[in-house]
Design a protein around this ligand. Structure first.
Ligand SMILES: Cc1ncc(C[n+]2csc(CCOP(=O)(O)OP(=O)(O)O)c2C)c(N)n1
Ligand SMILES: [Mg+2]
Length: 405
């Protein structure tokens, strides 16, 4: 009887009005732990907040390498900003920004050789451009025009660039993990001197392909680097709801794979750990799992409104850890960069982006027939019939449809 009363009282208890939004620190106590097979501790970090590097820690990269890292990051950021504006103006349908994650992408790609392959996840479009995809070609893809390699049949941001050994990104979370591992295995069997860099987000570590890929890679010593951009969020799901593990990096241990946790907003550290991992893979040492700790400062995509699920204070805190500002201070201290160079370079990028937008927007839409070409060697009678049906639809081309998240 008493127990029943207690139960009823519990049931009647008022629910909390609204769940308080948690900060990253509350959600994910980022402990200073786990690096390289547990052999050392702490987040690998070289650049301090004030742009200095502790004595003996500077990787002493050549000035041209340092400047390339910086200029790529600035270009990515400007490209991102402009593309988001185009989306807001209705000139492209969708865009997935990477603001805040420039160092993780640029630093890791720069650590590879041109012959190495890249299997991107959602936010590594910059890698295709670093490999040589022109800005005009990138915008052709975003617009989905007739000059787009995929003829508008893929969502924006799904670049493809075979010549640059950049694999077309798939929206299906995690699938590219097993593809990357398999491609690396193929390179090993063929005797190609190629390493594969496979990306994923924190959300992808909950996907089946993560387990299959990581396990296979470690068992067969697939020559790859598995790189997780832990940007703390998978759309509206925070890292605390993604995994009960203390860190993402430590998951490497379960698979018997060396792992390292790096400050993803420190381009020097990202470059250094990825370079070491790639060399290990190249020389027969097998894969490494890298967790780059960073933050997605904007919405998941142009369709998302993050103010509905996270605190602005959290975003502000991460703005203070801006990867570009931190690295620029370092370059200025080394007298490799100054305000005049900054202004001139920003002008140059703005011009490059303006020209690319104008060129891409001058291209017309894809031919209607491309809806059914490239599926089979010959267009089948069924596809011809379907195309005719689509072309006869009333109101065709008026409603362009909505993009998913
Ligand atoms: C298998 C699968 N499930 C769900 C989705 C919907 N979806 C698109 S992006 C995304 C979150 C991805 O988060 P994360 O891996 O952390 O990458 P991020 O967007 O943060 O870069 C989800 C769940 C999907 N595309 N594929
Ligand atoms: Mg994420």
């Amino acid at each position: 009887m008493a127990a029943r009363k207690k139960k009823a009282a519990k049931k009647a208890a008022p629910r909390k009005a609204t769940a308080k939004k948690a900060t990253v620190e509350q959600r994910a106590p980022v402990k200073k732990a786990t690096a390289g097979n547990g052999s050392s501790t702490g987040l690998v970090r070289l650049l301090e907040d004030d742009g200095t590097v502790a004595a003996g820690k500077d990787p002493n990269l050549a000035p041209e390498v340092l400047l390339k890292l910086y200029e790529e990051m600035v270009q990515v950021r400007e490209f991102d900003r402009r593309m988001l504006m185009l989306q807001r103006q209705g000139r492209i349908g969708f865009y997935g920004p990477i603001l805040g994650q420039e160092a993780a992408t640029v630093g890791s790609i720069a650590a590879l050789e041109q012959r190495d392959w890249i299997f991107p996840a959602l936010r590594e479009g910059a890698a295709a451009m670093m490999r040589g995809l022109s800005l005009t070609e990138a915008i052709n893809q975003l617009v989905g025009n007739g000059a787009d390699r995929c003829k508008g049949r893929q969502m924006p941001c799904h670049y493809t660039y075979k010549e640059g050994n950049y694999y077309g990104m798939s929206s299906v979370i995690g699938t590219q993990i097993s593809h990357a591992v398999g491609a690396a295995m193929a390179a090993k069997i063929k005797g190609d001197d190629v390493v594969v860099l496979g990306y994923m987000g924190d959300g992808a570590t909950s996907a089946n392909d993560f387990h299959a890929g990581m396990n296979f890679a470690a068992v067969f010593k697939s020559p790859c680097v598995m790189f997780c951009q832990n940007n703390q969020w998978a759309i509206s799901v925070p890292i605390s709801k993604q995994s009960a593990s203390e860190t993402i990096a430590q998951k490497g241990k379960a698979y018997g794979m060396p792992y390292v946790r790096v400050d993803g907003n420190d381009v020097l550290a990202v470059y250094a750990v990825t370079k070491a991992a790639a060399e290990q893979a190249r020389t027969g040492g097998g894969p490494t799992f890298i967790e780059a700790v960073t933050y997605r400062r904007l919405g998941h995509s142009s369709s998302d409104d993050p103010s509905r699920y996270r605190d602005e204070a959290e975003v502000k805190a991460w703005e203070q850890k801006d990867p570009i500002d931190r690295f620029r201070t370092y370059l200025e201290k080394r007298e490799l960069w100054d305000q005049d160079r900054e202004a001139a370079f920003k002008d140059e990028i703005a011009q490059r982006v303006n020209t690319a937008i104008a060129e891409a927007e001058a291209n017309g839409p894809p031919e209607d027939e491309t809806l059914v070409t490239d599926v089979y060697a010959h267009v089948t009678p069924q596809l011809k019939e379907q195309l005719a049906e689509v072309l006869a639809l009333e109101g065709r081309g008026v409603n362009e449809g909505a993009f998913p998240l």
